[in-house]
Design a protein around this ligand. Structure first.
Ligand code: FAD
Length: 502
C-alpha cells in the first residue's frame, strides 16, 4: 500500500512563532539527537538562541518510514491530548497536516471501545481529541517543520561522540569521524548542549569518560513485551468506534491489546503481555493471542482484516528516571525526553512528557536570563523543575510495573516498591479496573480522571467537593454500569468519528 504524502499548504503556513526579537536571542544551542524530544526542544530553543543546531546520527528517510535510531516507530504511538495540544502550540500546522496525510481524528472516550475484565466501558464525549497515525508520520512532519525553520540547522548523518568541556563548562561537542561525510571528526562550539539521545542518554557515558559522576539511574520493569502488525482498514460507517482496546491489570490480567486507525487506510494492532507470556514475532500466533483477550469485537476485526506487514516485537519497556537534578554536571549541559525519564510505553506518555520537558526548559532559560543575565545555573534549576514534573508519572507507572509478579528492579522504588508488592498494594492495583468501571458510569467524573491521565487537567480537580461527591457515589453507592447487553456494534450515527478512508 502506498503512503499518501502530506499535502503542503503553502498559503496557510504561518511564520515561525518568534517570541523574542532576534537581538534578544543569544548564543548557539546544540541539540544531540533529532527524534521527537530533540526536534521539539530545537523549536523551543529557536525562540531563545541566535543559532540552534540539531545533530542526528541517522539519515532521515524521505518519506514517513521507521529508522534505525527509533526502533519503536514500528509500534503504536498514541499522543495524549495534553501532548498533542502542546505540540500544536509549537507547530501550528500539525493538526491540519496530520489530517491531510490521512490521520484519523477521534474522541478518546466517545470513539474508543474499551473492555476490561469487568465489561465494556461507557463511551461518552470526553473532549479529549486524539489523532490515530503512525509514529513515522509524526517524526516526518516534525522534521519538515524544523527543516523549514530558518533559525535551526538540522544535520542528519551526524553522530556525536564526545562533549567538549573546559573549566567545568560545556563548550560544545565532538562529532564522530564519518569518513569524509558531513561533519566527520568536527568540533562544534556552543553555549548550551542538550542531550536528546533517548533512553541510553549518551552524555552520561561521555561525562564518565571525562571524570564526572553520571546521574544515578532508577529503573523498574514489568518485563512487558509488544507485538505490532498493520492491517488493511476498510471504511465501515456502522462500526461506531475508531479504536478498540483492553486494559491489563496485575496480577492476572497480563494480556492486553489495542487497534488504532492510522493513515493510509490501515489499522495498527498491538498485543502485549509480561514475562514468559510476551507475544512473539510469529505471524501465525498473532490472531490466536488476540482471541484470549476477552474483546470479541477486536478479535473479530483482526480475524477478518488483511495483514499488510509481518509482526514486529519490542521489549523496551523499563520505566526509568535519571537523577540529573542531583548530579554535579559541567554547566551548559541539559537533558530532555527519554534521556531524563522513560516509561512503560503502554501508558503512552513519552512524547507528551518530552514536550512538557522542552517547554519547561524554555521557561527556565527565560527565568535565568531575567534573574541572572546568564545561564550558568540553568542546568541545576531546570533539572529540579523537570524532576518535579516527571517524578509523579515515574512513581505512578513504576508502582504499577512493580505490582506485577514478573517485575524486576523493584528495589529502585525503595519502600514504595515494597508497598506496591505488599497485600495493600496488590489490593489497590487489583481493584483498579473495577473502580474505573464504576466511575465510567458518570461521564463527568470519568472525564475528570481522564483529563489527569492526558495531562490536560489537574489532580486537584478531584478534590473539589462536587467531584468528591460524584466519585464517592459511583464507587460506593451506585451499581456499576452494565453495558454487556450492548454489542460492540453501535447504532449508525452513534459515533462522530472523522476518518479519511484510505
Ligand atoms: C514500543 C514503544 C512504544 C511507545 N509508544 C508510545 C506512545 O504510544 N506514546 C508516547 O507518547 N510515547 C511512546 N513511546 C515512547 C516514545 O517513543 C519516546 O518517548 C519518544 O520517542 C521520545 O524519545 P526521545 O526523542 O527522547 O528519544 P528517541 O526517540 O529514542 O530518539 C533518540 C535519538 O537520538 C539519536 N542519537 C542517539 N545517539 C546519538 C548520537 N551519539 N549522536 C546523534 N544522535 C544520536 C537517535 O538516532 C534517535 O534519533 C513508546 C516507546 C516504545 C519503546
Amino acid at each position: 500500500m502506498t503512503e499518501p504524502e502530506p499535502k503542503p499548504e503553502p498559503d496557510t503556513k504561518p511564520e515561525p512563532d518568534t517570541k523574542l526579537e532576534p537581538a534578544l536571542r543569544r548564543g548557539h544551542a546544540i541539540v544531540v539527537g533529532g527524534s521527537v524530544a530533540g526536534l521539539v526542544t530545537a523549536r523551543v530553543l529557536a525562540e531563545r538562541f541566535e543559532r540552534v543546531t540539531v545533530l542526528e546520527r541517522d539519515r532521515y528517510p524521505d518519506s514517513p518510514q521507521p529508522r534505525r535510531g527509533v526502533p519503536q516507530s514500528h509500534h503504536i504511538h498514541f499522543v495524549l491530548a495534553g501532548g498533542r495540544e502542546r505540540l500544536e502550540q509549537l507547530f501550528p500546522r500539525l493538526a491540519a497536516d496530520m489530517r491531510a496525510a490521512g490521520a484519523v481524528k477521534f474522541d478518546y472516550a466517545r470513539d474508543t471501545f474499551i473492555r476490561s475484565q469487568h465489561g465494556r466501558l461507557q463511551q461518552f464525549d470526553s473532549e479529549l481529541e486524539i489523532y490515530g497515525c503512525s509514529r513515522p508520520l509524526i517524526d516526518w512532519l516534525l522534521v519538515g517543520y524544523i527543516r523549514d525553520d530558518p533559525r535551526i540547522e538540522l544535520r542528519d548523518g551526524a553522530a556525536v561522540e564526545q562533549l567538549i568541556v573546559e573549566d567545568d563548562r560545556v563548550r560544545g561537542v565532538q562529532l564522530a569521524d564519518a569518513g569524509g561525510e558531513d561533519g566527520g571528526g568536527e568540533r562544534l562550539e556552543g553555549e548550551l548542549v542538550v542531550d536528546a539521545t533517548g533512553r541510553r542518554a549518551m552524555s552520561t557515558k561521555w561525562l564518565e569518560q571525562l571524570g564526572y559522576e553520571p546521574p544515578a539511574l532508577r529503573a523498574v520493569s514489568s518485563n512487558l513485551g509488544y507485538a505490532c502488525r498493520q492491517y488493511a482498514r476498510e471504511p465501515d460507517e456502522t462500526r461506531g468506534w475508531a479504536m478498540a482496546s483492553t486494559i491489563p491489570q496485575a496480577p492476572h490480567w497480563s494480556r492486553s491489546a489495542a487497534v488504532v486507525p492510522i493513515e493510509g487506510g490501515r489499522w495498527l494492532a498491538m498485543l502485549a503481555s509480561v514475562g514468559e507470556d510476551r507475544p512473539t514475532d510469529d505471524d501465525e500466533a498473532f490472531v490466536p493471542f488476540a482471541a484470549s483477550l476477552g474483546h470479541p469485537e477486536l478479535h473479530q476485526l483482526l480475524s477478518s482484516a488483511t495483514p499488510l506487514t509481518p509482526v514486529t516485537i519490542s521489549r523496551t519497556s523499563r520505566t526509568q528516571l535519571r537523577g540529573w537534578q542531583r548530579a554535579r554536571l559541567p554547566s551548559g549541559l541539559v537533558a530532555v525526553g527519554d534521556a531524563v525519564a522513560a516509561f512503560n510505553p503502554i501508558y503512552g506518555q513519552g512524547i507528551t512528557l518530552a514536550t512538557l520537558g522542552a517547554l519547561t526548559l524554555g521557561e527556565e532559560i527565560d527565568r535565568q536570563r531575567a534573574r541572572r543575565g546568564d545561564l550558568s545555573r540553568l542546568s541545576r534549576a531546570y533539572h529540579r523543575r523537570l524532576h518535579r514534573l516527571v517524578r509523579i508519572p515515574f512513581l505512578t507507572v513504576g508502582g504499577l510495573d512493580a505490582s506485577w509478579p514478573e517485575a524486576s528492579g523493584v528495589e529502585a522504588l525503595g519502600v514504595y516498591g515494597k508497598l506496591m508488592r505488599s497485600r495493600i498494594g496488590r489490593y489497590f492495583v487489583a481493584s483498579g479496573n473495577a473502580k474505573m468501571h464504576r466511575i465510567s458510569g458518570d461521564p463527568k467524573a470519568m472525564q475528570a480522571v481522564l483529563r489527569i491521565a492526558h495531562f490536560t487537567g489537574s489532580p486537584w480537580a478531584l478534590l473539589r467537593p462536587q467531584m468528591m461527591f460524584r466519585l464517592a457515589r459511583q464507587l460506593y453507592f451506585r451499581r456499576p454500569p452494565s453495558l454487556e447487553a450492548q454489542s460492540g456494534r453501535a447504532e449508525p450515527g452513534e459515533s462522530t468519528v472523522t476518518s479519511t478512508p484510505g
